[in-house]
Design a protein around this ligand. Structure first.
Ligand code: ZN
Length: 165
């Protein structure tokens, strides 16, 4: 546990957070997507990657996740930093508080979840560039409509459809 001296839970700016026992690391995924979580070891589909804990309260914040109606978990070590994908390789089980692999993930791979699978509303809706064939392109919670910015974004995307990349 000598690496523990490098971990500073009180200061989010002190990322990345790495835990070799858990085999997880908070990393800078890329400039567009910000922080993400990568697995340091290969994972198998169905594997419980991580059991999470945190503080549960009524507040919806940037890095909280919804664990029940009006109940959000904060101060988690890793799951608050998971990136969204419309075709995620992981899911969160909010009954057992487990992060479960949906498919095999190589060592060094980014772990992703579908935010709409757990969140009724998002702290902030956002444009998605996950690259999945069925990417929804604008991500909302499961119980909220696309906001004005999203409607604009989606309309813009249809106009510039086929620009490639
Ligand atoms: Zn997407």
């Amino acid at each position: 546990m000598s690496a523990g001296s490098e971990l500073r839970h009180d200061d989010p700016a002190a990322q990345p957070l790495e835990d070799r026992e858990e085999g997880l690391r908070v990393c800078h995924a890329n400039p567009e997507r910000g922080l993400g979580v990568e697995t340091l070891v290969a994972r198998r589909a169905g594997e419980v990657i991580h059991r999470f804990t945190g503080d549960i309260g009524p507040e919806l914040l940037l890095h909280t996740l919804q664990v029940g109606p009006d109940a959000h978990i904060s101060n988690t070590r890793f799951i608050g930093f998971l990136l969204h994908s419309c075709a995620p390789n992981c899911r969160l089980d909010m009954a057992t508080f487990e992060l479960v692999a949906l498919e095999d993930v190589r060592a060094g791979g980014l772990l992703t979840i579908d935010y709409a699978a757990t969140e009724d509303r998002l702290y902030r809706q956002f444009a998605c560039h996950c690259g999945a064939p069925h990417c929804r392109r604008w991500i909302t919670g499961r119980a909220e409509p696309v906001n004005a910015e999203g409607r604009e974004w989606l309309a813009l995307g249809e106009a510039s459809w086929g620009e490639g990349s």
